[in-house]
Design a protein around this ligand. Structure first.
Ligand code: SAH
Ligand code: SF4
Length: 355
């Protein structure tokens, strides 16, 4: 495979291109031009780099790949959410979702094809694990979806969340590299990028050790060990006390507010007493809780989202204990683009094969 420049830090990409140009006796300013095509113009290949001589464009394309993704499908929901299915070089498929609001366009990206963590309420979990994504493939979702955002909504992506398919900290190295590419290459503010994890402690520590004020969201879904274990097998490996320790360390290092995701499933984890437990559990952290009504998935036909009254009661308990929170209305439901629903429509097909 060609050298994938999008998987490099911008500094490494520049030195790779500069070395290539020097070997060919090209003037050094061409490296800066080439880099502008990658990050400022979002080129998917050097054939688009019209400020470079045609022969040089060809040889850059022979030596380097900019990891173009194949757009397999694009679906738009009634509420303007747009879901993309991207084809990768080996036939795997991943999804990303554009979510426009009056002030932002948030892009939700995937970190793996499938997921091995098996949370019971998640369609990606039910789908199983296919493979890790390379850093270049993660960054390419941003480049290609951001270009579509401009065409669809007349504005670019302002925020990125790693909440698509996969568990970012099951693929930590490539995910951390991709953060650097989005931030330093494509120029997105670190505070506008949030990584969502099921709670893998080594990854949380690795993010704490990474420079930059990237956001961290943790999928909690229960403050009670036994219940969390029933919903999320990861609770066996990294039980709540270990997770909380890691988050306290993270906050001591980063001095930044964390967020928690809490998906409310009717009669499963929406008892008001669990809200009290949640408030106690996180009482020594500076944090924000996102309450997400469960999005129904076929593998759990009996599970329903908590009714509005129940959600309001849960929220009121958090309020009374001074815990900041918001109820997130699911968007893109009609195209299976809401939280945890990714890969649904596609999963009915036989998995893509190689070659
Ligand atoms: N693996 C990471 C990120 C991807 S999932 C994680 O688990 O955090 C993004 C968010 O969607 C997580 O908070 C996850 O718990 C939530 N989610 C999964 N399935 C859902 C569903 N069916 N309804 C609502 N939220 C769901
Ligand atoms: Fe994986 Fe996150 Fe889904 Fe759990 S919720 S199965 S960690 S993608």
């Amino acid at each position: 495979m060609n050298h994938e420049l999008l998987g490099d830090s911008p500094r490494a990409a520049r030195s790779a291109v500069a070395g290539f140009l020097a070997d060919r006796g090209e003037p050094s300013y061409r490296a800066g031009q080439a880099l502008e095509w990658i990050y400022d113009h979002g080129a998917r290949g050097f054939d688009a780099a019209t400020s470079l001589p045609a022969g040089l464009r060809c040889s850059l394309d022979d030596a380097f790949s900019l990891t173009p993704l194949e757009m397999v499908s694009e679906v738009r929901s009634r509420d303007e959410v747009v879901k993309h299915l991207w084809g990768l070089d080996d036939g795997e498929r991943i999804e990303s979702v554009l979510i426009p609001s009056s002030t932002r366009v948030t892009l939700c990206i995937s970190s793996q094809a499938g997921c091995a963590l098996g949370c019971l309420f998640c369609a990606t979990g039910a789908f199983g694990f296919r493979r890790h994504l390379r850093a270049a493939e993660i960054a390419a979702q941003f480049r290609d979806a951001a270009a579509r955002s401009v065409e669809l909504y007349g504005r670019g992506v302002t925020n990125v969340v790693y909440m698509g398919m996969g568990e970012p900290f099951a693929n930590t190295g490539p995910v951390l590299s991709s953060l650097e590419v989005l931030h330093e290459g494509f120029g997105l503010g670190a505070r506008r990028i949030t990584v969502s994890t099921v709670g893998l402690v080594p990854g949380i520590r690795a993010l704490a050790a990474t420079p930059g004020q990237f956001g961290l969201a943790v999928s909690l879904h229960s403050p009670d060990h036994e219940l969390r274990l029933e919903l999320m097998p990861v609770e066996r490996r990294y039980p709540l006390p270990d997770l909380m320790d890691a988050l306290r360390e993270y906050q001591a290092v980063k001095n930044r507010r964390l967020s928690f995701e809490y998906t409310l499933i009717s009669g499963v984890n929406d008892d008001p007493l669990l809200a009290e437990g949640l408030a106690r559990l996180v009482s020594d952290l500076t944090c924000f809780v996102n309450l997400i009504p469960f999005n129904p998935i076929p593998s759990q036909p009996a599970w329903k989202p908590s009714p509005p009254g129940r959600i309001a009661e849960f929220a009121a308990r958090l309020e009374r204990r001074g815990l900041r929170h918001a109820v997130r209305t699911p968007r893109g439901r009609d195209i299976a683009a809401a939280c945890g629903q990714l890969r649904l429509a596609d999963a009915a097909r036989a998995p893509a094969s190689t070659g």
